[in-house]
Design a protein around this ligand. Structure first.
Ligand code: PEP
Ligand code: MG
Length: 921
């Protein structure tokens, strides 16, 4: 049997259903599902995503076999609705829309009113007796077709659409301001002018034959899969190019047939706050694009009670049917044609982090979904938004009092942003690259602006509603957004924005509050979010913090289902305290060298490095000992019995040395030696490749007294803490081990020191000695290393650097283009390279456990807080991940999702003695 490429839907039945997104795209699958549910869907058919691939392989032509199937389904559609395409008496008009597997709002092209030509226009006028409506539809069709199929769309950022220019010219000639003042004759004349512009640009007449129009439009939709903005969007949201788009051909229904018609979009719950209320916008006597494009500011859905109460009641009913059926918050598009409601689209609605969490939690309470399902619906990265700052209320109040409140728009994307005004997307990107914080300020945004929106701190628009492109995309990106600020006058050419007589130019500072919609002149500093105020600042009571309470519920569920522990990377007691507040269960990495930059420590540290003799070095180390001991004791106290992994000194020594003459002279004075001596010693420590040089365990092996001092500081602090009645569990970690003998050398020192301290202090405490796995040799010989190491912690920053042979510090210049060129799908320093670095980790896990089944395995590279990497860590069976304090909630959720989405791994077996493979120590 030949494969099926075209799927019909309508009149209560459908060939497809919502599970067929891969084949039908999201829009097609959901249209089929709604039709199957008996909802009022205009009939039509979906050309499958497989055809997109065939199209590109067939020199961008629709294969003949598919054409035949499309023609067959077109006949069926004609029969179902009793209208024929191109029929001069009763013409069928269709819409042609894209629809990929994942929603890509506004990124690809759409053509409406297809089937109109000189003859069918006449038929439609005779049928509707509404020439203005018919010519308005006709001019929209010619305009869209011209833009999309015939490529008349502007290419430069300052150009305007040639058709919009013609409309402006016509309005000027007629002395009118609004499109709605254009008469039927004006619109008819616009069609003539549009066609002339097309002829002038392309050298061809506008196609009159509806079949020709159809093939052009279907091809254009497939073509739009590869347009710049679709490519950029896919890159941003990890949508594979191979998925392709489907094309939906559907009976046109008109929201612009008069005042008994209208169109709108709605969310079954509030997409910004998650509140359980019907949230939408509509416009009477308008076509779909008017609502989302933001050219007219729409009305709230509740107002439909006045304009069409019957339709509103029907929509409310459909809202409940859809939520129950899909068990999710849905985003719908509808049209009312002369009092008859039609559903044009439904999909799972995009939402802010606030809304995602609230909806998931509410739906568990409403018994629509279970806890596990709720967790899989919250993207761990979204939690970032909950931790984002808000304006300092007192500073904002002062700014308002001082008259800096310029205006108020719609609170389209919550959060607070302050930055400098830029007026186009290209500038937003360029300024952001230079490190400027910018607010992208536009009359309205279009999908072309996506990169600039991503680069900006916030987005401010003069037009458009809560569901306008700006609002939708901003929410999805987690950008602060104030939309539909109607008293904002923006002059792109002059690069100014004016509100009530106050003008600000490009580069001026502005602050926008996406939670309230307020726009303030100048900078306003920001303050921690509600979650932070409860957990970190401890200035807010959870009972006054509904967002926090929902967040806490999600975290509780996450903890119930995750199997990995979550630790944190912290080297200060306050950082450790923050991490514990966020739910950290231990410290996975305390970088002791960070402590040397603390007060009073850099001096003795430098003395230690510059010492000429062992005695001098020991004297300097003796000064450092009490300082380190105090640091460790502080951390142990905060961690209160939780495990703490402390790493011995790691970075190249020259990082601690003074490099300017002034600093070198100061150090010479402090040490009582000559400036020349300091200078010579610093020069002698120079390395060509410090990252592969004298660092890590190499330091402690060559200068054992450093390791001894650090181990002593750790254990003395442990003894002190234990004496205070606080449990301690230090884990001493040796960095950059590639050979078992390196580890064995350091282990011996650590254990000797531990025994000495226990004896001196008369206190016993548990401790472990382990290693970082961060160079390939360490991973490859993990079976040997595990005979000494009681734990491994994957240092994936270095392991990535050493596996890829890519410097952590110098990669920027080529890694960004590498990612753009898809050589690496993601920056491997951000998202773990599963196929390379990941395989070494997997090998080390297997080999390590073979030697020491109960070995503790974790990760402390930056990847430990990145959701996809956390998932991989779960998959290879790590016991814990460790990440920076603010990423702890993200890691908790990511670990739970990983556990829910992946089959459980065999847990670590019962402890057994290690097989010793080290021959000589
Ligand atoms: C690592 O290499 O992953 C690591 C955690 O150590 P550092 O970043 O300090 O080199
Ligand atoms: Mg490292």
């Amino acid at each position: 049997m030949s494969p099926k490429y075209v799927y019909f839907f309508g009149a209560g039945t459908a060939d497809g259903n919502m599970k067929m997104k891969d084949i039908l795209g999201g829009k097609g699958a959901n249209l089929a599902e709604m039709a199957g549910l008996g909802l009022p869907v205009p009939p039509g058919f979906t050309v499958s995503t497989a055809v997109c691939d065939l199209f590109y392989r067939n020199k961008k032509r629709i294969p003949d076999a598919v054409k035949l199937e499309i023609e067959k389904n077109l006949k069926k559609l004609e029969k179902t609705v009793g209208q024929d395409l191109g029929d001069p008496k009763n013409p069928l008009l269709v819409s042609i829309r894209s629809g990929a597997r994942a929603s890509m709002p506004g990124m690809m092209d759409t053509i409406l009113n297809l089937g109109l030509n000189e003859k069918t226009v006449a038929a439609l006028i005779a049928k509707t007796n509404n020439p203005r409506f018919v010519y308005d539809s006709y001019r929209r069709f010619v305009q869209m077709y011209g833009d999309v199929v015939l490529d008349l769309k502007p290419v430069n950022k300052d150009d305007i659409d040639p058709f919009e220019a013609i409309i402006e010219q016509k309005k000027n000639e007629r002395g009118i301001h609004s499109d709605t003042d254009l008469t039927a004759d004006d619109l008819k004349d616009l069609v003539v002018r549009f066609k002339a512009a097309i002829k002038a640009k392309t050298g061809h007449d506008f196609p009159e034959d509806p079949m020709k129009q159809m093939w052009g439009a279907v091809g254009a939709v497939f073509n739009s899969w590869m347009n710049d903005r679709a490519i950029a969007y896919r890159k941003m949201y990890d949508i594979p190019e191979s998925w392709g788009t489907a094309v939906n051909v559907q009976l046109m229904v008109f929201g612009n047939m008069g005042n008994d018609s209208g169109t709108g979009v709605a969310f079954t719950r509030d997409a910004a706050t998650g509140e359980n209320m019907f949230y939408g916008e509509y416009l009477m006597n308008a076509q779909g694009e008017d609502v989302v494009a933001g050219t007219r500011t729409p009305l709230p859905i509740a107002d439909l009670k006045k304009d069409d109460p019957k339709a509103l009641a029907q929509l409310e009913k459909i809202r409940h049917i859809l939520e129950k059926h899909y068990t999710d918050m849905m985003d719908v598009e509808f049209t009312i044609q002369q009092g008859q409601l039609y559903m044009l689209q439904c999909r799972v609605g995009k939402r802010t982090a606030f809304a995602a969490i609230k909806i998931a939690v509410d739906m568990v309470d409403e018994k629509l979904i279970g806890e596990k399902e709720a967790l899989t619906r919250i993207d761990p990265d979204q939690l970032n938004q909950l931790l984002r700052p808000i304006f300092d209320p007192s500073e904002k109040a002062a700014a308002i009092k001082a008259g800096r409140l310029m205006t108020k728009g719609l609170n389209a994307g919550p959060g607070a942003a302050t930055g400098r005004i830029v007026f186009n997307s290209v500038d937003a990107e360029a300024w952001a690259q230079k490190g400027e914080k910018v607010i992208l300020t536009r009359i309205e945004t279009s999908p072309e602006d996506i990169k600039g929106m991503n680069a900006a701190e916030g987005i401010l628009t003069a037009r458009g509603g809560m569901t306008s492109h700006a609002a939708l995309v901003a929410r999805q990106m987690g950008r602060v957004c104030v939309a539909g600020c109607s008293d904002l006058a923006i002059d792109y050419a002059a690069r100014t924005m004016t509100v009530k007589g106050r003008t600000l130019g490009e580069g001026a500072w502005i602050s926008i509050d996406g939670t309230t919609g307020q726009v303030l002149e100048g900078k306003v500093s920001t303050k921690p979010s509600e979650v932070l105020q409860v957990l970190i600042e401890k200035t807010l009571d959870p009972k006054d913090a509904p967002v926090y309470r929902t967040f806490a519920k999600v975290m509780k569920w996450a903890d119930k289902y995750r199997t990995m522990k979550i630790r944190t990377n912290a080297d200060q007691p306050d950082q450790a305290a923050n991490a514990v507040a966020f739910g950290a269960e231990g410290i996975g990495l305390c970088r002791t060298e960070h402590m040397f930059f603390g007060e009073g420590k850099i001096g003795p540290m430098r003395e230690m490095i510059l010492a000429d003799t062992l005695a001098e070095r020991k004297a300097a180390l003796a000064k450092l000992l009490p300082l380190q001991r105090r640091d460790f004791a502080g951390i142990f106290e905060v961690m209160n019995g939780r495990p703490v992994t402390i790493r011995t000194i790691d970075p190249p020594l020259h990082e601690f040395l003074p490099h300017s003459e002034k600093d070198q002279r100061a150090l010479a004075g402090q040490m009582g030696i000559s400036y020349e001596k300091v200078k010579t010693r610093v020069e002698s420590l120079h390395e060509f490749n410090p990252m592969l040089g004298f660092r890590g365990c190499r330091l402690g092996i060559i200068y054992p007294e450093i390791t001894e001092m650090q181990a002593r500081a750790i254990f003395e602090a442990a003894a002190e803490t234990k004496k205070k009645g606080i449990d301690v569990e230090p884990e001493v970690m040796i960095p950059l081990v590639g050979h078992i003998k390196e580890l064995a050398n350091q282990e011996k020192l650590v254990r000797q020191t531990a025994a000495a301290v226990m004896k001196e202090k008369g206190v016993k405490f548990k401790y472990l000695v382990g290693t970082m796995i961060e160079i390939p040799r360490g991973a490859i010989t993990a079976d040997e290393i595990a005979s000494v190491a009681e734990f491994f912690s994957f240092g994936t920053n270095d392991l990535t650097q050493t596996t890829l042979g890519v410097s952590r510090d110098d990669a920027g210049r080529f890694l960004t283009p590498y990612v753009e060129m898809d050589i690496y799908a993601k920056d491997p320093f951000e998202v773990l390279d599963r196929d390379g670095v990941g395989q070494l980790m997997r090998m080390a896990v297997e080999r390590g456990r073979k030697t020491r089944p109960a070995i503790k395995l974790g990760i402390c590279g930056e990847h430990g807080g990145e959701p996809s990497s956390v998932e991989f860590c779960h998959m290879i069976g790590l016991n814990y991940v460790s990440c920076s304090p603010f990423r702890v909630p993200i890691a908790r959720l990511a670990a739970a999702r990983a556990a829910l989405m992946n089959a459980p791994k065999a847990p670590a077996k019962k402890p057994a003695p290690a097989k010793k493979t080290v021959k000589k120590r």
